[in-house]
Design a protein around this ligand. Structure first.
Ligand SMILES: [Zn+2]
Length: 321
């Protein structure tokens, strides 16, 4: 005969055992997720909120166009179940390690995601092409401009895909991924409206950027750049590119030149020589921002405000006085 007390003890014991077991199953089921750059890490983090934190490879001010993998990161890739990256044309440093190290991982090339609005890579130094199609899918992945995340509507499309892939690897937490994804999508739509409002007062004026990373942002919000300083951000701009940029700034009446955090100050001075152009910084990778689920939103907001503040400054200048 069991006394009620004993029964209660056995019951408690069984319950705690079950709890332990399910915790073990959950811990085991949780996938090791690796992401390449901060904006992608931010979106994946936001979908995984309440479950786990994804790992980030390119931290600090590193540029994915020329990055070297650390030994600890090589180990991480070997353990990875899932890797989210943009494409071989952006994180070129990752192409080989993904093949040789991340052998047990599902590698998700986000540039190839369904529903993404992509644009082709541009080849001219200064191109102001208004007749190009909104959606150009000619050619393969290699011909696409990889900086798709700078269009928040693309981030919105991606969220569903990230959530779907996480859920297949980790069905136990699928409901959490799903709920996070829906909340995020609503926030991304609000962000898009917020940026429209920030840029509403901006008069179209010629501006230049460091490398051709901004056509997604520029097309979404209808404010195209008139030129870029360099076509290949993996190497420092050549003297010829610098001189061409300088001529461009003067010749096209460029009012703002947007460089990037890693751009050497000496080159900045050279670009604006002989002109009144203002030099400001845009940070398309969030190199100067703290990684995390909020980074993406901050990155887009800060970019919109930097553009507005620089382009609007001219209208306050005393003209003809
Ligand atoms: Zn880039």
């Amino acid at each position: 005969m069991h006394t009620p007390l004993k029964l209660k003890t056995i019951h408690t014991l069984i319950c705690s055992l079950l709890l332990l077991l399910s915790a073990a199953v959950q811990a085991q089921a949780r996938p090791t997720v690796v992401t390449s750059i901060k904006p992608i890490h931010s979106l994946v983090s936001a979908v995984m909120q309440g479950v786990a934190e994804p790992h980030l490879l390119v931290e600090g001010a590193g540029s994915p166009h020329g990055y070297a993998l650390k030994p600890s990161q090589a180990n991480l890739l070997m353990d990875a179940d899932l890797v989210f990256w943009v494409a071989p044309t952006l994180e070129s440093f990752l192409a080989k390690p993904l093949q040789t190290l991340a052998t047990k991982a599902e590698v998700v090339t986000l540039l190839a995601s369904p529903g993404l609005r992509t644009h082709t890579k541009r080849n001219a130094l200064h191109q102001h092409d208004e007749h190009e199609d909104e959606n150009d899918h000619v050619g393969g992945l290699h011909d696409l401009d990889p900086h798709f995340w700078l269009d928040p509507i693309n981030a919105h499309s991606l969220i569903a895909e990230i959530s779907r892939i996480l859920s297949t690897h980790d069905p136990i937490n699928a409901a959490i991924y799903n709920a996070n994804a829906r909340r995020l999508q609503a926030e991304l739509l609000r962000l898009t409206e917020e940026v429209r409002a920030i840029l509403h007062s901006v008069q179209p004026q010629p501006y230049m950027v460091f490398h051709d990373a901004y056509q997604y942002f520029a097309r979404r919000f209808q404010m195209p750049a008139v030129g870029v300083i360099t076509l290949n951000p993996e190497v420092q701009p050549s003297i010829i590119e610098m001189q061409r940029a300088q001529q461009n700034v003067r010749g096209q009446g460029v009012v703002c030149v947007f460089v990037e955090p890693q751009f050497p100050p000496a080159l900045v001075r050279m670009v604006r020589e002989g002109s009144d152009a203002r030099i400001r910084v845009l940070d398309p990778l969030g190199a100067t921002l703290q990684p995390g689920s909020d980074l993406y939103f901050t990155l887009i907001r800060v970019m919109a405000r930097a553009m507005r503040d620089c382009l609007n400054e001219k209208r306050l200048d005393p003209v003809g006085e």
